[in-house]
Design a protein around this ligand. Sequence first.
Ligand code: SAM
Length: 260
Amino acid sequence: THFGLKLSMSKRNGKKVHNVFETVAEKYDVMNDAMSLGIHRIWKDIFMQRLAPTHGTKLLDVAGGTGDISFRYINYLKNLGPAPEGRPSSVTVCDINQAMLDVGRARAEKQGYTGPGAGSSCGVHVSWACGDAEALPAPSDSCTAYTIAFGIRNCTHVDKVLEEAYRVLSPGGRFMCLEFSHLPNDALQWAYDRYSFQVIPVLGQLIAGQWKPYQYLVESIRQFPNQEKFKSMIEDAGFRQVTYENLTFGVCAIHSGFKI
Ligand code: SAM
């Protein structure tokens, strides 16, 4: 039953999450399109518009997976025109799973974001780091923007992730999170639950040949704190001017905060 599933899923740990993404890395991008009917692309576009990076931004994209956020960041800067002398931008894609980073790196080369061996794209320096959001492989005060898209929900200790985000950001730096969230209206939530529990695992089985990881996905969305609760967790980590914006009625939310 759904309840039985909930109990077993709540015992998840870091290792299990790691294995889930290892198995799905290859099919990951296809599944995102199938499950969200392509809407995840729009959510990610909006996320980048809200971040509105400028030349000189040093972004750490945590749980960056196959690079969706980082590629949007590079495109955004490219559209601003050439960077002025002395204001280089950079992005580090950090993910716990090397398989996801490998897919991302291959995509980056194929789509012309990085040449083989070259770590630079349109003046944006790109690097890839295998590491845990709960213990980031980055020095304190080292980035001006931190993004985490559809990643924090999978982490075992969300408070530790937020603490680390605060540590690596320089004063004035911005934290931005895109994550599945909760619908404010019972009728909408009911319809959404039917879709999640009955359609998503079936798509997982059909497209990726896996049922369980997609059951896990739906469960982890249910268990993640709602918009207000997550906002106060971000504030507890020390961030100021914390706000959120619902996308598609709250199917997703963008949370933002500053290290001041
Ligand atoms: N940000 C990308 C996007 O929006 O397409 C990828 C999101 S994907 C749903 C979640 C990613 O989180 C996976 O690549 C997974 O390996 C990574 N992940 C899970 N736990 C993590 C952790 N503790 N630290 C860093 N990355 C983690």
